[in-house]
Design a protein around this ligand. Structure first.
Ligand code: ZN
Length: 150
């Protein structure tokens, strides 16, 4: 497999080359994960773990076509390898969350529209009330002047 990129660390992770080497020496999956970063394909839609900023790499990169390596390099680094189905379902969940957010925005807009209508009608009620109060004051003034109800 040809090299695609240098392993790129997440913002906030400032390992020197020897420190990175030392981190890798911790376990074989970490060495594999670094290798996956170099030769794998970057996924346009990040997996849930990458969205949660798990693992040290800045990109969600996975190697396709190898059954044992269905997880991305970050997941492999933290050894949260998931099956392709789990990975797919986590993406689905992500899409569902997006859909819920869209639904939330739609509901919020409907609520805002309703609120605006209520406000407008309450303003017209207020105007009517003001008119009635004015007429009542006029009527009371008339009673006071003539001593007779209108
Ligand atoms: Zn990922």
């Amino acid at each position: 497999m040809p090299n695609q990129r240098e392993p790129c660390m997440r913002r906030g992770i400032r390992w020197t080359a020897p420190q990175f080497q030392q981190q890798m020496n911790d376990s074989l999956p970490r060495v594999e994960a670094a290798l996956m970063q170099v030769v794998g394909q970057q996924d346009e839609l990040q997996c849930t773990m990458c969205l949660l900023l798990s693992g040290p790499f800045s990109n969600c990169v996975s190697v396709r076509g190898i059954d044992d390596l269905s997880a991305c390099a970050n997941c492999h680094w933290i050894q949260e390898d998931t099956s392709a189905i789990t990975r797919l379902s986590s993406r689905l969940k992500h899409l569902e969350i997006l859909q819920h957010m869209e639904e939330g925005t739609r509901l919020m807009k409907a609520f805002t529209d309703e609120l605006r209508m209520v406000l407008e009608s309450s303003q017209s009620l207020e105007a009517q009330l003001e008119g009635l109060q004015r007429r009542l004051t006029d009527a009371n003034t008339a009673i006071a002047v003539t001593g007779q109800p209108m």
